[in-house]
Design a protein around this ligand. Sequence first.
Ligand code: B12
Length: 371
Amino acid sequence: MHPQQRARALAEELGFDVFGVAPLRAPRDAEHFRAWLRGGLHADLDYLARQVERICDPARTAPSGTSLLIVGWAHSRAEVELPRGGRIARYAAGRDYHNVMTRKLRKLRARLAAEGWIRPDALARPVVDAGPLLERSHAAEAGLGFPSKAANLLHPRFGPWFFLGELILDVEFEPTPELSSGSCGTCRACIDACPTGAIVADGVVDARKCISYHTIENRGPIPHELRRDLGTWVFGCDVCSEVCPWGRKAPDLGARLGTHHAVAELALERWVEMRDAQRWKATFEGSPLQRARRAGLARNAALVLGNAPREGAEPVLLESMVSDPDAMVREAAAWALVRGYAARSAVQRALDGERDPLARAGIERTLCSEV
Ligand code: B12
């Protein structure tokens, strides 16, 4: 049996759904990536700009590296609605995939070594998402899927609903071929459906407009002009995946990563009013939602409560507008109160007591424009 065939079988035994091998070399989309950065489309994801040379030349990270074993793990499931409303991206409803996949990749490494396919001291570095690789580019080359207009890698069975992970190896495995079929054709459902017009050209997402970026990665205020279009997304966004015909026919695999108790049980008001850092950390322990941090989640939840007002939320927002330790949350609560609860005068009073210049500027803008 070829080492590559055995590696595929072991990956499947560990529960991975998709497998491929690519040579460890410059990703073929390196120029697109550089152009994306040059255009500022990465917003303030500075870690990508700092790593550009490593990402475009993986040999800098692993001088002895020769192959990439690439795995995909599917996570198609029904949409996730929070109790009493508010949506989060499906990938984030349960345990953090980074931890789960990294553990599985370590097991794959151990099994490959135990069976003698790689030396016990071989380089076999697991990477999931945050490593210095342009994952979708290498995965497309290895035949795990084909690139879409929304930039998502599409698998013929799972559509965009699968995560990627890799083992960087200094052992040579035979590359797997690119997929010979599958494409977006003339479909542009994702481009038309994106609430903020973030897909600015085929395969190009402008993070500065992307709801996923703003609700997960943006550490500052969400731009006023995007707040209505945020709709009810509290963390991440699945619109481009949901409307994709390849994604629609993916099987419902259920909650492979489980459903975190905070997602299953806590109404959005609690996300806004939970100000104690220790309690927040304990509540969201093990959840990918932690990536947005306490203030980011409270900000998102406040904006969503503004877009989708409901009984009982107003007192929580009024309290947050004056008491939250983070100016960004106070300002978001003020916006929500004007947008969803006609509470202009309370917001005007809060502005009188607000000392933070950024919060003041945001609230002033809210008060003097249509929100
Ligand atoms: C930064 C980042 C983001 C940013 C920027 C996204 C973006 N499109 O660039 C933000 C925060 C917005 C984001 C959002 C999401 N992300 Co993200 N993200 C990443 C990360 C860390 C780097 C991506 C990157 O380098 N982008 C720069 C662009 C240039 O590269 P790219 O996105 O890979 O784009 C490819 C194509 O578009 C093509 N290309 C680019 N320009 C052009 C131009 C032309 C003309 C052509 C032909 C091709 C082309 O080249 C690229 C390589 O194939 C990767 C993990 C990794 N290390 O790669 C995960 C990753 C891409 N994200 C992932 C996921 C799941 C998501 C979300 C679905 C999460 C959610 N539900 O909210 C959304 C999807 C948004 C979208 N449509 O892209 C998965 C994607 C899995 C898949 N099947 O595609 C990855 C691979 C993480 C993982 N390990 O599973 N993400």
